[in-house]
Ligand binder design. Sequence first.
Ligand code: FAD
Length: 310
Amino acid sequence: PFDVLVVGAGPAGFSAGIYAARKGIRTGVIGERLGGQVLDTMAIENLISVPYTEGPKLAAALEQHAAEYEIDVMGLQRAAKLVPAETDGDLHTVELASGARVQGRAVVLATGARWRHIGVPGEQEYRNKGVTYCPHCDGPLFKGKRVAVIGGGNSGVEAAIDLAGVVEHVTLVEFDDRLRADDVLQRKLHSLPNVDVVLSAATSEVLGDGNRVTGLTYTDRPSGETRRLDLAGVFVQIGLLPNTEWLEGSVELTRRGEVVVDERGATSIPGVYAAGDCTTEPYKQIVTAMGTGSTAALSAFDHLIRTSAP
Ligand code: FAD
């Protein structure tokens, strides 16, 4: 068994693995895709102290950094179930989809999240070519341009307010006939001169010239008419889904499926910690994932020295 078993091999998982291994304890990292969401990213400009990098490069750097230590990195492995220790100090078991079982005295959950897609033509084709899911990451790329935000919940309205300060013009496109964001956000949104809100609008296609996004079309639901917006960017903000289906019934999750953690990364199960996008940590970024990953590993180590035989 491992002393610390990390499930998930994105920025949070690698950070947890490296912090654990630096304590000289047996550390394993299991993950489906080594690098996580970073693999789907092109330009990264907010990894502090690294002014510019690209996703695949960062993913390779994570693996290289882990290779400096004795970490058992197991890629292409999908965790299917967590069976917590029956008594404090016993082993926690992670059952893999392959049928194998891996055990740890402490476990760090770092299985990340995925953005919900609108599922219309052009969305995949123009991903990273104008279609984006992260205003904190990509807002500055659209300085002086026109963009749309899809989604009128809190995250969509926050994104529109944020982007309005950076880009030339924002159109917020909402499927429903009203916004669902908090009133205070809606008031702020409506006070901005360079934001339009389009309600009852079902986005039907992301348009492009083969290289870049040039606009989108939507169906005006009351009239059934198709309308077009000319744009350089489309920010999709219809929800972030944590990869925690496999944890249902074991660890405490919120209604939205996020693993509930405290400021030390502790979950509802003693000896089980969590970090990154799969948790209730409010901001979902590479640096925050790395930060919470280190917190979870240090908490796991602290737990081990209190509960395990040396
Ligand atoms: P993830 O990166 O999601 O990694 C999760 C890991 O868990 C993966 O290895 C995955 O394969 C694995 N996993 C999932 N389920 C299982 C399972 N059941 N069993 C085993 N393994 C599993 N952030 C920034 O700070 N700057 C940016 O510029 C930026 N750009 C982005 C662009 C895009 C297109 C996207 C999608 C995200 C971007 N982000 C950016 C957000 C950033 O990538 C995430 O916040 C960060 O990757 C979260 O790290 P994580 O380790 O928590 O999760």
